[in-house]
Write a protein that binds this ligand. Structure first.
Ligand SMILES: [Zn+2]
Length: 430
């Protein structure tokens, strides 16, 4: 087994010597004529590297960490003494905890040409993005190397048949891409009510390591055709990070109020464990309580549709508003629900929906405000909602340029638009 590796590595070296001599003699005779009946082997004269280590003539052994296999189990068969392994593990501690070597991960031993019983390096690959080099030759230490991530731009386009996620999946897009697209256009398009035949194009960044996709970066532009109406979103940074704007420079998000009322103090924050004043036991409080006098107006924090506006034993009078596919809010313990607020009703941001009270399970007058993001109750005070400002006047010229460039990349001239979903990739232009 060990001999086999030795010869496998020796063979190319032998060939290169042969070829070297062959060309030497050939060149002397005549430079341009190629022999007809000889075997031509191309050998790159450059030194060979693996994990940044020059490996010409070294022996390479690749294997996978087996179940319950430790650093010692890997190195002991190659005559590395236990003391060396112990010292190596100790000196590597800050870079990589050797106890975290996982079964199924790849490792590579780089050994001296004369004997595999002298490993110089052990390279362990915990993920596609990173590898750890354990140095065994000079001093004993480990280093972690992050692989270079390249970002390319991709255009995906498709036609909705069932849902956006199915269409994206059909053309090789990821769940993350679907979620990010929905997040960008959530205020413009109700993704639960897409029409068969709606079309989309999305220009986005794909992160790759060694040509393999590892995730997506930013979405750069979207063109969505919903019920015959076009919707655009262009990524543009006017100094506060990327926001998305439509073709006119309007923010594609709608404004959200920070608070649904004027309050005197926050009496209880969102917490997973608090002592309930009425039920006298510890339980999660998945809302924010604002103490305010009875009758204080409560406003919907964003535009949306009223899902519920009614009384229940625990919530008292409450209103629940669905803002879009991503956000839903709820307002509890109202003394009174505002006139005209009922299920199915449209409300605007800041619209009066009710008044502070203490109906339901409440000790005093307060508003319990609840916030859902993608169906999960979150802390309304810490959820990050990007601002909804339009492109500033001073930035309009820059925005127009960016928009035009994105438009061109979203629909490359050479790209023949077909009725079926397909994928294009274009190299990133900075
Ligand atoms: Zn509450």
């Amino acid at each position: 087994m060990k001999l086999k590796y030795f010869f496998i590595l020796l063979f190319p070296a032998f060939l290169s010597v042969l070829v070297f001599f062959y060309y030497q003699t050939d060149n002397i005779q005549e430079e341009t004529s190629a022999p007809v009946d000889s075997l031509v082997i191309e050998i790159t004269p450059e030194p060979q590297y693996l994990f940044g280590i020059q490996i010409d003539s070294l022996i390479i052994i690749e294997d996978i960490v087996k179940k319950n296999q430790s650093l010692s189990d890997i190195l002991l068969p190659y005559q590395v003494d236990p003391q060396t392994i112990f010292t190596l593990a100790k000196s590597s501690k800050d870079v990589f905890d050797v106890r975290k070597m996982n079964a199924g991960k790849k490792y590579t031993l780089i050994c001296n040409p004369d004997s595999i019983n002298t490993p110089r390096k052990l390279v362990y690959e915990p993920s596609i993005a990173e590898y750890i080099i354990f140095h065994l030759d000079d001093s004993l230490y480990a280093e972690s190397v992050k692989k270079e991530i390249t970002v390319i731009e991709k255009v995906l386009e498709g036609v909705i048949d069932h849902s956006l996620s199915v269409s994206i999946e059909d053309i090789g897009g990821s769940v993350q891409l679907t979620n990010d697209m929905v997040d960008v256009l959530a205020w413009q398009i109700d993704f639960f009510r897409l029409q068969k035949g709606d079309t989309f194009k999305v220009l986005f960044e794909e992160k790759q390591i060694e040509g393999q996709a590892i995730g997506i970066g930013d979405i750069l532009a979207i063109h969505f055709e919903h019920s015959g109406n076009p919707f655009y979103a262009f990524a543009f940074d006017q100094g506060e990070g990327i926001s998305y704007f439509d073709e006119k420079g309007e923010n594609v998000r709608r404004a959200f109020l920070k608070y649904p009322l004027e309050f005197s103090r926050i009496s209880s924050r969102y917490t997973l464990n608090r002592f309930h004043p009425v039920q006298k036991r510890y339980k999660a409080h998945l809302g924010t309580d604002f103490a305010a006098p009875t009758g204080t107006p409560i406003r919907s924090v964003g535009q949306g549709i009223v899902l519920e506006a009614r009384y229940s034993k625990n919530n008292g009078n409450f209103v629940k508003v669905r803002h879009n596919a991503t956000y839903t809010t709820q307002y509890l313990h109202m003394s009174k629900i505002a006139n005209g607020i009922r299920a199915g009703q449209k409300v605007g941001a800041g619209q009066l929906i009710g008044y502070v009270g203490s109906t339901g399970l409440a000790t005093g007058a307060h508003l319990c405000y609840r916030f859902w993001k993608n169906g999960v109750q979150v802390d309304a005070l810490s959820v990050k909602i990007p601002p909804a400002k339009p492109v500033e006047e001073t930035q309009l010229e820059a925005f127009e340029k960016t928009k035009q460039a994105l438009m061109d990349r979203l629909s490359p001239k050479t790209n023949v638009i077909a009725s079926v979903a397909k994928v294009n990739s274009v190299t990133k232009v900075n």
